[in-house]
Design a protein around this ligand. Sequence first.
Ligand SMILES: [Zn+2]
Length: 410
Amino acid sequence: MSASHHTEVVLCPNAECKTPIRLSVGKFDGGYNDKGGVVIECSNCHLKFPCWLKNPNDASCVSKNGTVVATWTDEFPDSFEEKYGINKSQLDNLNINLVFGYEEPPATQWSPSIQTFFTNGHENFEFTAKYALDNLQKTIKDNYNTYGHHYVKRTYGVEKSFVIIEYQVNRKSYKATFAKRIKSENDLTIDNLYLIDHSSTDIAHQIDGIYTRNQLLVYLERLMNRWRYTAKEILLVVPFIGFFYKNAEEALYELWNWMEMNVDAEKTRLITRKATFNLFKQAQDSTGIPFDTLVELGLLEPMVENLTSKDAEFYQKSHAKYYVGVYDNYVEVLAGSFNIHGGSYFENMIFKRYEKEFFKERYLHMFKNFEYNDDDADETVHFMTFGVDNPENLITSLSEISLKQSSFEI
Ligand SMILES: [Zn+2]
C-alpha cells in the first residue's frame, strides 16, 4: 500500500537546546493508520522525550536531528515513565510545526536511456540490464520480503540495498549492479532501483567529446547516483545552475529539485558562485515557503545549509566546472564546459579517473586548506545476488561489494 508523506518539525523541549527535529510523517492512502508516537532522543542534547507520530512503526520516521528510542501505538505505555524517565503530560507542551508545501523530493526513477551511459560499442547495456531486472522481479520481491522480517525487528538497520545480477546475452556474461535507498520498511520493494554499475563498459571512452546539455544531465544523473551509493564524498564545482533571465524561475527550481533528488546531500560539497546561491534563494521564496523559514526550521539539506554559514566560501573568480566522486584510493571526475543547465547547446566533456593526491594538487588548490573527508568507517549494506550460483540475500560491508572496479575492465 502506498503512503503519502509530509514534513513536520518538533522543537527539542529542552529550553536551552530547541533543536528543530524533522519528522517524516507517512499516511496510508485509503488504509488504516496507526495512532501513536515515538520516544525521540535529541541528537544535540540527548534529551529523551515523547512525541505524537502517526504510523510510528512503518510509514513514519524521524529524519533529521534525532533518533527513535521506542515507539507506541494506541495508548501511551505507563512503563515508559520508569524506562525513559518521561510521562504522558510532556506530550501537551510540544511545539510541533507542520511545514506546509514542503515535500521531500521523490526518489529518482531509473529508466534506460538512449543517451547510453553503460555501453560497449553498439550494445546499450541499460536496456539489457533492465530486461534482466524485469525477469527477476518476483524473486527480488520475495527476497525483500524475507529480509523485511529482520528489518521490522530492527535486527539490522541499513540505508542502502544492492541488487547484483549476472546475466547472459549471446553467451557473453555480464554483471549489472542496481542500488536503492532504504529509509523505512516500505522501501523494501523493487521500485526505484538505479543502475549504478555494469561490467564490460568503459565510461571514460563513452564520455569524451561534445554533447548537448540535456545529454550531459543524463550522464551527470548517472554519476551522481553511482556516487551516492559507493563514493565517500562528492564535490560539485559548478559556477552556474540554471539561468539568470526573467521567467526562468520555474526551470531553475526544477534543476535544484533534480539535484536534490539525485545527490546524497549529506556527503556532497557544492562549490558555486554567490549569485547562483542567491538565485536559488529567490526561487525558493517564490514557492511560498521563504528560504529563511527553511533555515529557521532546519529543513535545508546539509549541502545547501553549508552555504548559509558565515564562513561559507564562494568562488567568484572561477569558471572551472567539474564533478567528482571521491573513493578510497582514487577519484572519478566529469570535467568540461558544462554547468548545470538543460537545453540543446553543445558542451565539451571528459570522464577520467585520477589518483587522489595528483587530483588534489592540480584541481583543488584554489580551495583554502582543502582536505578529503578521511572518515574510513565502513558502512553496512544489504545486498542480493543472482546468477550462476544460488541467490544470496545478505548483509555485508560496502567495501566488500567492490563495485568500484567493474566499469573499468574491458
Ligand atoms: Zn535537544
